[in-house]
Design a protein around this ligand. Structure first.
Ligand SMILES: C[S@@+](CC[C@H](N)C(=O)[O-])C[C@H]1O[C@@H](n2cnc3c(N)ncnc32)[C@H](O)[C@@H]1O
Length: 163
């Protein structure tokens, strides 16, 4: 498969995952946390699907497409290794959905580079919260979920935070 094919499949899987996650958290209170603003595409998708939700976005190098810039008070700029700790101190286990999109595209590299991330995710996820990620997040308090139809194994990952 060419890298272009692979990229397209990743985006299709991502859209399916986010649509599924948005429906899945219906009826559950809590914030949505978008880890990795980048160009702002997935943030834009989430805010369109979840217009009533408070969505906080975390990013080190803020420079999205201007149409996808979050409101100032919902953007947490800086290195997540620090900003997530500060956010958790203020908000506690606040999130109904956490979308981690900080992948480099190479799973082995992500596991090392973002080894600190799973512990932050579990501190922010409310009981029963959904965590979706472009790479496997391993933590004893996160139970892996079956993927929605149409998302190939290994393309995306979904977890439920145990109580
Ligand atoms: C794959 S991109 C996100 C793409 C985005 N979701 C979109 O749809 O356009 C990953 C982003 O995570 C950010 N990032 C990576 N490590 C970070 C860290 N430690 N703290 C904050 N942001 C980080 C990068 O700067 C990059 O913009």
């Amino acid at each position: 498969m060419s890298r272009l094919d692979s990229f397209i499949r990743r985006l299709e899987a991502q859209r399916r995952m986010l649509d599924w996650a948005a429906a899945e958290i219906g009826g559950r209170d809590g914030l949505v946390l978008e880890l990795g603003l980048g160009n702002g595409r997935t943030y834009d998708h989430l805010r369109e699907r979840l217009p009533e939700r408070e969505i906080y976005v975390f990013e080190r190098d803020v420079g999205p497409n201007p149409a996808s810039m979050p409101p100032e008070d919902r953007l947490v700029a800086g290195d997540m290794a620090q900003t997530l700790t500060a956010f958790a101190a203020r908000h506690g286990r606040c999130a109904a959905l956490i979308h981690a999109d900080v992948t480099t595209g190479v799973a082995e590299r992500d596991r090392v580079l973002f080894a600190w991330l799973p512990a932050h995710v579990v501190v922010l996820a409310a009981p029963g919260a959904l965590v979706v990620s472009g790479w496997p997040i391993e933590h004893p308090l996160l139970d892996e979920l079956a993927l929605p139809d149409g998302v190939p194994e290994g393309r995306y990952f979904a977890y439920r935070r145990s109580a």
